[in-house]
Write a protein that binds this ligand. Structure first.
Ligand SMILES: Nc1ncnc2c1ncn2[C@@H]1O[C@H](COP(=O)(O)OP(=O)(O)O)[C@@H](O)[C@H]1O
Ligand SMILES: [Mg+2]
Length: 256
């Protein structure tokens, strides 16, 4: 394993009197898939929002590629290569799949290092490149046949694939996913996880995947961080964390 590309250092976040995330630290090594698991209310989504910048830290720091990013906006973090997925909004459901992808490119015009070069290009050639990228990604995700379909007509699983595709338009180094297969049928769940696995093994991408159901990400995670009551209870291989008595208790005791 190489150096961590992302580090959570003593993250802390309260809502009123409730401590949702309490001194959470873990490292995410480059080109690995880290699963953040725990029963409902464990603090996974809050941790996710602290990593991506959607919540302000009460304390602690987020280190991305060796630099403190805890004070940066979600957009600034995305420009550096740390991107999260978004649900397809109501507005986007009324647009076709291809348009959804192209709009995501507009939201992320800076493909990091490339942006300096790209900015000297004409608008036409930038749009052409975005189209090519969208086509490649839609084929990769097996959504190409649906490119002219309205996003609102997609199944729940197909929408999740489109959400992944939109995030990939930004060419991220690290992709943060919150419950990417929740409500998705088994076939599409397998396809989604297989594509994530491909992106890691073939393109060296890094993933942090928040998941409530331990079994879902057991097979693809290199490392699992188990949370309960806002704290990290257990860190290790999927097997180690699954067998950890403290995690078993957390799941039994938690309001699953
Ligand atoms: N915006 C918020 N305002 C108040 N309480 C919140 C907010 N977000 C989360 N919480 C509380 O923080 C705790 C952790 O929630 P969350 O991070 O969503 O857990 P998980 O994703 O593991 O289910 C829960 O008790 C939840 O009710
Ligand atoms: Mg959650």
């Amino acid at each position: 394993m190489t150096d961590p590309v992302l580090r959570a250092e003593n993250l802390r976040k309260s809502f009123g009197g409730l401590v949702a995330v309490d001194d959470v630290s873990f490292a995410v090594e480059e080109s690995t898939i880290v699963g953040l698991i725990g029963p409902n209310g464990a603090g996974k989504s809050t941790t996710f929002n602290l990593l991506s910048g959607f919540h302000e830290l009460d304390d602690g720091e987020v280190i991305f590629e060796g630099e403190r990013v805890g004070g940066l906006s979600p957009h600034e973090r995305a420009q550096r290569g740390m991107v999260r997925t978004f649900q397809i909004t109501r507005e986007l459901t009324g647009m076709r799949v291809m348009a959804n992808m192209l709009l995501a490119a507009q939201d992320h015009p800076g493909e990091k290092v490339l942006s300096a070069l790209v900015n000297t290009d004409s608008v036409d050639s930038r749009e052409e490149r975005a189209r090519e990228r969208a086509e490649d990604l839609l084929k990769f995700l097996e959504l190409w046949e649906l490119r002219d379909e309205y996003a609102g007509n997609l199944s729940g699983g197909q929408r999740k694939l489109l959400e992944l595709g939109r995030a990939l338009m930004a060419d991220p180094d690290v992709l943060l996913l919150d419950e990417p297969v929740a409500g998705v049928n088994p076939d599409l769940t397998d396809r989604l996880l297989a594509r994530i696995d491909d992106l890691q093994s073939e393109r060296g991408m890094t993933f942090v995947i928040v998941e409530h159901d331990m079994d879902v990400i057991m097979s693809i995670s290199d490392k699992v961080v188990g949370m309960h009551n806002g704290e990290v209870l257990s860190v290790g291989t999927p097997e180690e964390v699954k067998r950890d008595d403290r995690m078993l208790e957390a799941y039994l005791g938690g309001a699953v």
